[in-house]
Design a protein around this ligand. Structure first.
Ligand code: GDP
Length: 430
């Protein structure tokens, strides 16, 4: 039986991965966040408490699992410390026994954020819709080999040397874009306390996770953002700056690919997207507005209203292939209650062809025309449903049609933000 599940969003993010990770973490010895940064926001609701996680894995609410921040996450030290504090307010212990941070993870510093904001402002109408958290510039430094790792950040001598290396070039760009430059010594001084606070958490996380995996205990890999935001496989350039897909988890963490694994593709029962970029099934009309209101579709990190629209099966088929999805976690099915019927895009017309699976290069082409089917809706409230048979027939048909169209079984269904509002159709570890 596989002892690892990768939880991946198969749309544009915000699918509800945090809830699913928290739910399955009860069975996991370790939960690993493997990419992205503080631009992600995972909301978990437990016993009526709403907890928003940005960098700490959503397994932190399960006292038994080790939470790991891998080397390919870019860490904002200031907000990470605040996040740990905000969890302590909820009596959730964040200690070095519970949270392990890779020594090699890169840090996001104020100069990355300033650069991010200045660049986005300079783009005018061609904005990407970045969250302005400095994630893109921090990844640039990683790949340019000018980045600053946690092991540098937590040692003032190393930090000042690293800053002297990276700042001259970054300051040139910042001043060119009209911003104030940064000083290496001042920045080191200002962050000494943060480095001290985080140093006890640093570990060789690859080795720690390898030990858990090879002992047969269960591991969850939690991705942030969604497949269509992947820097390589998403709707470039309207993407995030990291690899968000499921197979990336293993090389990004530094463990070999386990022989048996499960990939849970988290799909919201409709589609949303934040930021700019093409969204062929967006509904700027009343259904889109209804989904936004009922589904609470406002960003957990930025508060931005999300763009809302209909299910887009060609993109889901693509994401299933890219990730090797073995099962679906369908979330927010409850949000569709009250719609008499709903359009679902099953394919699109491109030139003279009908296409079932997206080609990212078609995305921006005005010749792409979505083709819709109408799926029957239901009026019942789903929040009390605990098994598939508790669902109205039309909701069951919705799930059957989705599973048949995507050729992947539905493993679980979420009908509310709390842990209890979940239907297990199959054992996710089986
Ligand atoms: P993530 O980044 O993929 O974890 O998603 P977000 O946290 O940004 O957004 C998901 C939001 O939907 C959170 O506020 C969750 O509490 C909430 N949520 C998750 N599953 C469900 C569900 O099945 N129904 C409803 N109504 N809300 C849900």
């Amino acid at each position: 039986m596989p002892n690892n599940i990768t939880i991946v969003g198969i749309q544009w993010g915000d699918e509800g991965k945090g809830k699913i990770t928290d739910l399955l973490a009860g069975d996991a010895a370790a939960v690993i966040r493997y990419q992205g940064g503080a631009n992600a926001g995972h909301t978990v609701v437990v016993e009526g408490r709403r907890i928003v996680l940005h960098q700490i894995p959503s397994g932190i609410l399960n006292p038994e699992s080790l939470c790991v921040i891998g080397p390919a996450v870019v860490i904002d030290p200031e907000t990470l410390i605040q996040e740990a504090e905000s969890l302590r307010v909820h009596d959730i212990a964040v200690t070095p026994e519970r949270l392990a941070i890779s020594r090699s993870a890169h840090v996001v510093l104020p100069f990355h954020k300033r650069l991010d904001a200045l660049r986005e402002a300079s783009r005018g109408a061609a904005k990407i819709g970045t969250t302005g958290r400095g994630i893109g510039p921090a990844y640039e430094d990683l790949f340019a080999r000018t980045g600053i790792r946690m092991m540098d950040f937590c040692e003032p001598d190393r930090l000042v040397t690293a800053l002297r290396r990276v700042l001259p070039e970054r300051n040139l760009l910042i001043t060119h874009l009209g911003g104030e430059p940064f000083d290496a010594e001042q920045m080191t001084e200002a962050t000494i306390e943060q480095g001290r606070a985080l140093a006890p958490y640093l570990r060789d996380v690859g080795a720690a996770v390898h030990d858990v995996l090879s002992s047969g205990r269960r591991v969850l890999f939690e991705s942030a953002q969604g497949t269509l935001l992947d820097v390589l496989h998403g709707t470039y350039p309207f993407v995030t700056s990291s690899l968000t897909t499921a197979p990336a988890a293993f090389p990004l963490l530094g463990v070999g690919v386990p022989e048996h694994r499960r990939v849970l593709g988290v799909v919201k029962a409709y589609t949303t997207r934040v930021g700019a970029g093409p969204f062929p099934t967006e509904d700027p009309g009343s259904i889109g507005q209804r989904l936004r209101d009922v589904g609470g579709e406002y960003g957990a990190t930025t508060g931005r209203p999300r763009r809302c629209g209909f299910l887009y099966l060609p993109a889901l088929r693509y994401a299933i292939r890219v990730n090797g999805v073995t099962g679906l976690a369908v979330t927010k099915l409850d949000v569709l209650s009250g719609l008499a019927e709903m359009p679902v895009c099953h394919a699109y017309r491109f030139g003279g062809d009908v296409v079932n699976t997206i080609h990212p290069e078609h995305f921006e082409d005005p010749a792409l025309t979505p083709l819709y089917e109408t799926w029957e809706g239901w009026s019942e409230d789903l929040s009390a449903a605990r098994s598939l048979t508790d669902l109205p027939a039309a909701a069951r048909t919705f799930l059957d049609r989705l599973s048949a169209a995507l050729e992947v079984p539905v493993v679980l269904v979420s009908t509310g933000s709390g842990r209890e509002a979940t239907i297990f159709a199959q054992d996710p570890w089986a």
